[in-house]
Design a protein around this ligand. Sequence first.
Ligand code: SF4
Length: 451
Amino acid sequence: MGVADTPDSTLTSEADVTCPVCGCACDDLTLTFAGDRVVDTQRACGLADPWFREQSTARPEVAELAGQAASLNDALDRAARILARADAPLVYGLSRSSTPGQRAAVLLADHLGAIVDTTASICHGPSIMAVQQIGESTCTLGEIRNRADLVIFWGCNPAVTHPRHAERYSVFSTGLLIPRGRADRTVIMIGDARHVHDWRLDSDGSLPDQVIAIPPKRDFEALTALRALIAGKPLADEARLSETLGVSVQVLADLARQMKSCRCGVVFFGLGLTETQLDTMTESSGLGHLNVENLLKLVRELNGFTRFHARRMRIQGDVTGADSVMCWQTGYPFSVSLSQGYPRYNPGEFSANEVLERGETDACLLVGTETIPFFSPAARRHLETIPSIVLDYPATVSDLIPTVKFTTAVYGLHAPGTIYRMDEVPIGLRPGANTNYPTDETILQELLKRT
Ligand code: SF4
C-alpha cells in the first residue's frame, strides 16, 4: 500500500530549514507546505527548490519485492535473509542519509562482516588520501566569510554544484574583516581550459576577477610551478612550461605574488583536481591524489608567508557526515572491510566500484542509488546479477530494479537528524512534514535485529 497524501490543505510554513542537497548545507530556507507537500520555497536555489517539491510529492510504495508492492514485514524478512546468507556483502552509499542512518548502516555492516564504502570513493576519495598523507590547513566557511580576501576555485564549478556558495560564504558575503563583501575580495578560477566558458561563480552568472585556463591533466605541473615561484626557485625552461600549461609564466608569477601577499587566502578545489569528475570517470588518470597532495603542500608552504587554507567542495549533501561517521565507528573514512572482524582500509581493494567490477560481492545493500550511474559498466553489470537491497528517498529514480526496495523518510524534510557541512560543521535538520515512511535508521536497525 502506498503512503496516503495528507488531506489537510491549510498552508503552513517552516523557517530556518537546512537544505541537505549539497555540501553548502544552507540553513536559512523557508518552506511552505499544503498538508505535507512543499508548495513554495524561499532562498532555495535551483537545485534545492525542485528537490524539496518532488520529495514531498512522490508517493511510491513503502516496500517492493522485484519491483512489485509488498508488505514492509515481508520485505524486511527477504532483505534479512539475503544479507544473512551472503558470503561477502557490500554496504554502499550513505551520503544522502544523515548521521542516524549512517551510524545504523555502519553498525549493520560490522555485524555482517561486510565491506562498507561511501560515495566518497567515486568523488573526493583522492583528496581524503592526500589529506592523510600531507595534512590539511583547514578552516570553517565562517572564517572564509569573515577573513578571506583572496578566493581561488580550482577544478570546480560552483554555479552548477553549489549555487549559493558564493552568496553565503566565499564571494559576496560581508564579514568582520571583509566589510564590503565582493569589493574586498579577489576571486580567481583555475581549471580545465575545455570548460572555461562554463566558469561562473553562481547561477546568476557572476564572473570571477580572473580565469586561468590550463589544459586537462596539467594541474600537477601548474601547482609545482607555483610552489617553485613561491619558494623563489628558478624555473628550468620557462618557454616549455608556458607551452605545457597554456599560460605564460608571468601569469603564474602574478598569482604566486597575490597568494603570498593576501591577508587570508583559500583554495576551494573540486573534482577537476581529483580527476574523478562524476561524468568523466573514464578519463581519470587514477593519480588525482598526487594533484591534491601538491596543492596541500603549496598551501602549507604559503602559511610561511600568510594565512592560507585549502577546502574541498563536497558535492553530495552529507558525504562529509558519512566520512565522519565512518571515522568514528571504524577509524577510516571510506572503503573499509569488516570481513575479518576488525576494520581494514584500502581504497581500490575495498572501493564499491572495484569490488563490483571484480565480482567480489554476492549481495549489496545500497543506502541511496544516486551515484550508481557513475559506476563502470562492469560494476553495474555485476550489481544487476546479485541480490540487492535499496533504501531510497521517494523521488529518487533509478534504472536498477533491486530484489528488495524500501522507500524511506527524507532527513531534513520528514525526519530530524544531523548533517555535516563541507567544512565538517555539524548542522541539525528541522523537518517540516509528516510521513508514514520509516527512516533509514529504522529499516537498518530492523535488519540488524533480523540477521
Ligand atoms: S546551495 Fe546547496 S545547500 Fe544551499 S540551497 Fe542550494 S542545494 Fe541547498
